[in-house]
Write a protein that binds this ligand. Structure first.
Ligand code: C2E
Ligand code: MG
Ligand code: MG
Ligand code: MG
Length: 285
C-alpha cells in the first residue's frame, strides 16, 4: 500500500493518505459539481427493464432505471450518483423528472404492463411528492393502477409515522407499492404488519447464490411463503441463468427480472420488445 506523508495544513502534524482515496474524493467532488447541470444538459436518461410472470414469461412490469451519460467520464452508475443526488438535495427534482418520463413512456405500452419507479427515502421528505405523482399520472394519462412505486425498508425504519402516512396516500391513489432489495438491511418483519406491500422484491444477492448455496434457497423459500401470507407478489431480481429461473419457477415465485430475460432497454425500443414478447407468448398459448 503506497502511503504518503503530508504536512497537515498548519497543524504541524503529519497525516497519512492513500492516493486512491484522494482520487475517489476528487471524483466525488467532480460528480457533485457536474450532476447539478446534468438534467438541463440532457445527460440523464431512463431505461426500462422488463419483469416477467414466472410461469408464462409474459411481461407484467418494466422497471424504470436512471442513467447518467457524463460527457467526459462516460456512463456513471446510479449506485454511485444517486447517493450524491441525495446528499446535495437533487434527488427531488431528478426523481420527479424520472417519474414523469416513466409515466409518459408507459402510457404507450400494452395496457396490462405497469411501470415501476424507484423512490428514494429522501423524496418522502418532500411535501409535494403526492402532488407530483398525481400530476405525472394526469399529464401522461396513465392510470394509477399501472404505476408501481419501489421503496426500500429505509422508508419505514426509525421515525416513520409521516412516511407511513405518505405511503398510504400513494396507495390510496391506486398505485402499487413494492418493497425493494428485501433480505438485505435490517429486514425487520414488523413493518410488514404496518403496511401492506403489493410486491416484495428478493434482493439479487440471494438469486446469484442460488446455484451453489442451499442457504439462499431456504431464504428464498421463506420469503416466498412470507409473500403468500401477506398476499404480496414476489419478484426475484437479478435472474441471470436458466437454472436460477427453473428453481424460482418450481418454488412458485410470481415474477422474475434479470439479464436472463432482458437487460434494461432504452425508451425508444422497449415498446417493440413488449409487443414482440406478447406476440411470442400468444403464439405459444
Ligand atoms: P434496484 O432498484 O434494485 O434495481 C435493480 C438493479 O439490478 C438495476 O441496476 C438493474 O440494472 C440490475 N439488474 C437487473 N437484472 C440484473 C442481472 O441479471 N444481473 C445483474 N448483475 N444486475 C441486474 P442499476 O440500473 O445499476 O440500478 C442500481 C440501483 O440504483 C437500483 O437498484 C436503485 O436502487 C437505484 N436507482 C436506479 N434508478 C433510480 C431512480 O430513478 N431513482 C432512485 N431513487 N434510485 C434509482
Ligand atoms: Mg428497484
Ligand atoms: Mg433491488
Ligand atoms: Mg400472488
Amino acid at each position: 500500500l503506497a502511503l504518503y506523508a503530508a504536512k497537515a495544513n498548519g497543524v504541524g502534524g503529519f497525516v497519512l493518505f492513500d492516493p486512491k482515496m484522494e482520487e475517489k474524493a476528487d471524483r466525488e467532488r467532480r460528480l457533485r459539481r457536474d450532476l447539478i447541470h446534468a438534467l438541463e444538459r440532457h445527460q440523464l436518461d431512463v431505461v426500462y427493464q422488463p419483469i416477467v410472470d414466472a410461469r408464462s414469461k409474459r411481461p407484467v412490469d418494466c422497471e424504470a432505471l436512471l442513467r447518467w451519460h457524463h460527457p467526459e467520464l462516460g456512463p456513471i452508475s446510479p449506485v454511485e450518483f444517486i447517493p450524491i443526488a441525495e446528499s446535495i438535495n437533487l434527488i427531488g427534482s431528478i426523481g420527479c423528472w424520472v417519474l414523469r418520463r416513466a409515466c409518459e413512456t408507459a402510457a404507450t405500452w400494452p395496457r396490462h404492463v405497469k411501470v415501476a419507479v424507484n423512490l428514494s427515502v429522501r423524496q418522502f421528505a418532500r411535501p409535494n411528492l403526492i402532488t407530483e405523482v398525481k400530476r405525472g399520472l394526469a399529464d401522461s394519462g396513465l392510470s394509477a393502477d399501472r404505476l408501481v412505486l419501489e421503496i426500500t425498508e429505509s422508508v419505514l425504519l426509525g421515525d416513520t409515522e409521516e412516511n407511513l402516512a405518505v405511503l398510504k396516500r400513494l396507495k390510496d391513489l391506486g398505485a402499487h407499492i413494492a418493497l425493494d432489495d428485501f433480505g438485505t438491511g435490517y429486514s425487520s418483519l414488523s413493518y410488514l404488519q404496518k403496511f401492506h406491500f403489493d410486491r416484495i422484491k428478493i434482493d439479487k444477492s440471494f438469486i446469484t447464490e442460488l446455484d451453489h448455496s442451499t442457504n439462499s434457497l431456504s431464504i428464498i423459500r421463506a420469503i416466498i411463503s412470507l409473500g403468500k401470507t401477506f398476499n404480496a407478489d414476489i419478484t426475484a431480481e437479478g435472474v441471470e441463468t436458466d437454472s436460477q429461473y427453473q428453481i424460482l419457477k418450481r418454488e412458485h415465485c410470481d415474477h422474475c427480472q434479470g439479464y436472463y430475460f432482458s437487460k434494461p432497454i432504452d425508451a425508444k425500443t422497449v415498446g417493440a420488445w413488449l409487443a414482440a414478447s406478447e406476440a411470442k407468448s400468444d403464439a405459444s398459448v
